[in-house]
Design a protein around this ligand. Structure first.
Ligand SMILES: Nc1ncnc2c1ncn2[C@@H]1O[C@H](COP(=O)(O)OP(=O)(O)O)[C@@H](O)[C@H]1O
Ligand SMILES: [Mg+2]
Length: 278
């Protein structure tokens, strides 16, 4: 398993996904099958199937209102589904699972707590002892480059820094699965690219299973092993595309890759066919 993982890390995304699938579900595999969700009379998701292999990075794009957030909340154990199943690491999701962490667009920071205490809060809630909390907070803050601002309050931080605190708080939990719902949508374009590169670096070191929702086609191609395109009314998977761009990646290396433009075009066409791409 370890050897296979090490070998698979060096391969192309498709080979990595295959190797991961051959290795068994692992604690990070997400499997949704035949998923239905209604709000009243309205079907939001209709027979959705989606698998994310252990250690794979999948981006989901789709028109506004197609059910992306609903899907993520169901995977996180924060919303119920009406039919079908979701399993993570082979375990049926009926409540939040310990190995799964979520990052939302609105950072969800407590304004009356310092950066340190915002990152420490879930660790304390998980019952870790003081020394372990201190060790993990320091490590997570260093990972996202927030050293020296531990004592600041959220109001004293830029949007990009707030999102780093949100990421640090998630990473400190050492999750095996990270679910991210448009985490960089609220920051300016330049900060967004910096955060994308930081996330690529962080992820390449830890290789958690990641499901990342975005409305940006560029962001999806930059980050993902696979891009899943959802259609609307009702929500379902309309395309599932392997991104054949090798890692390590930078924003620049992705844009220069020969498959970047055709991929962008294909996703754009899918979105245009299924509704407005927001
Ligand atoms: N709690 C809710 N009650 C009723 N309708 C909802 C609720 N949450 C979401 N919806 C509806 O479900 C659909 C999908 O929403 P959402 O998952 O937020 O889409 P997305 O994240 O893709 O924009 C939308 O039409 C939305 O209005
Ligand atoms: Mg949403």
């Amino acid at each position: 398993m370890t050897a296979m993982r090490a070998a698979s890390d060096r391969g192309a995304p498709a080979e990595r996904a295959q190797a991961a699938a051959a290795a068994g579900p692992g604690r990070g595999e997400i499997r949704c099958s035949g998923l239905y969700k209604w709000y009243g009379q309205t079907a939001v998701l209709s027979g959705l199937d989606l698998t994310v292999a252990n250690g794979e990075f999948v981006c989901v794009v789709g028109p506004s209102g197609c059910g992306k957030t609903t899907l993520l909340r169901m995977m996180a154990g924060l919303a119920e589904y009406d039919h079908g199943t979701i399993t993570i690491g082979g375990e049926k999701v009926t409540a939040p699972l310990a190995q799964v962490a979520v990052v939302f667009q609105h950072f969800g920071l407590f304004p009356w707590k310092t950066v340190y205490n915002n990152v420490a809060l879930p660790l304390r809630a998980a019952g870790l002892d003081k020394a372990e909390v201190r060790r993990r907070v320091a490590e997570a803050i260093a990972l996202v480059g927030l050293e020296g601002v531990d004592d600041r309050y959220p109001a004293q931080l830029s949007g990009g820094m707030k999102q780093r605190v949100g990421l640090a708080r998630t990473l400190a939990l050492r999750p095996e699965v990270i679910l991210l719902d448009e985490p960089f949508a609220a920051v300016d374009a330049q900060t967004r690219e910096i955060l994308q590169e930081e996330l690529l670096g962080l992820w390449s070191r830890h290789r958690q299973t990641a499901l990342f929702i975005t409305h940006s086609i560029d962001e999806a191609i930059t980050l993902a092993d696979r891009v899943v395109v959802m259609g609307t009314k009702p929500g379902r998977v309309v395309d599932d595309i392997v991104v054949p761009i090798p890692r390590p990646r930078t924003v620049g290396s992705v844009r220069r890759h020969e498959s970047y433009a055709p991929l962008r075009e294909r996703i754009w066409e899918q979105l245009r066919a299924s509704g407005s791409p927001t």
